[in-house]
Design a protein around this ligand. Structure first.
Ligand SMILES: [Zn+2]
Length: 245
């Protein structure tokens, strides 16, 4: 099986509407149904475009009508510093605090008329407690994150992996989630997305289609377990080389 999934991050009433309209028209042209990550109650000053008063009542409802997969993307999309020097909205927080943020965010979305079937944390930053909370909360079909070639199960939650953000051919098999941030995507990246979908349309699936076909109990293989550490090492080397310049 070869499946490409598109994920759009950071939908909020104050997103960059031009970028979002651009990506929506490309996806509509090829009838590709993405995962759309909606921030339930954004306090992130990064999203400072004009507020769309019809975001929840019209925009999100249009996406639902088109069959897009709705994801809960964090809660406020605001990060705190973590013990390891990274920043996260969830990592290092207690089970109770993470449950509060995920449950409250979920309820905000349901009250606005959309029920997310997927969760993913801002900045790919979460810890084992986040997985425990998503599993115990029991409302999400899967988490969109992690490194593997196919969806896999960890700590009782299903993960749809995303090894590379940028759409490109990798191997002739596997399930790949390509991630776009339409508020900040450059025109050249939209054109690249258009060309890539045009030449590879048959390999694109919606998350719902992959969910029906995938083995939900599969665990990561020994080789897949090496993907994340390998990528982390390569990134560190790249960073060192760039600093050394
Ligand atoms: Zn985000």
């Amino acid at each position: 099986m070869l499946s490409y999934i598109i994920r759009l991050d950071d939908a909020t009433p104050k997103m960059n509407h031009n970028g979002w309209q651009e990506v929506e028209s490309i996806l509509d042209r090829y009838d590709v149904k993405p995962i759309v990550g909606i921030i339930p109650d954004s306090s992130d000053p990064l999203f400072c475009w004009e507020e769309d008063p019809r975001f929840w009542t019209e925009t999100v409802q249009r996406w639902i009508a088109k069959g897009w997969t709705i994801a809960q993307h964090g809660y406020h999309h605001v990060y705190h510093p973590c013990k390891d020097g990274s920043h996260s909205e969830f990592s290092d927080l207690s089970y109770e605090e993470q449950m509060f943020r995920i449950k409250t965010g979920y309820e905000v979305m349901v009250n606005k008329g959309c029920q997310p079937s997927c969760f993913f944390a801002p900045g790919h930053t979460f810890d084992n407690t986040t997985i425990d909370v998503c599993r115990d909360f029991g409302r999400f079909d899967f988490i969109s994150d992690g490194y593997a070639l196919y969806p896999y199960q960890e700590k009782g939650m299903l993960f749809f992996p995303s090894i590379f953000d940028t759409p490109h051919r990798i191997l002739p098999f596997g399930v790949y989630t390509f991630i776009l941030h339409p508020s900040f995507t450059k025109q050249s990246a939209f054109s690249q997305l258009d060309r890539f979908i045009s030449s590879n349309r048959k390999s694109f699936s919606s998350a719902t289609e992959v969910l029906l076909r995938c083995n939900k109990m599969r665990e990561k293989s020994a080789i897949e377990k090496t993907i994340h550490p390998t990528i982390t090492t390569l990134r560190k080397i790249r960073k060192m080389l760039l600093i050394g310049r």
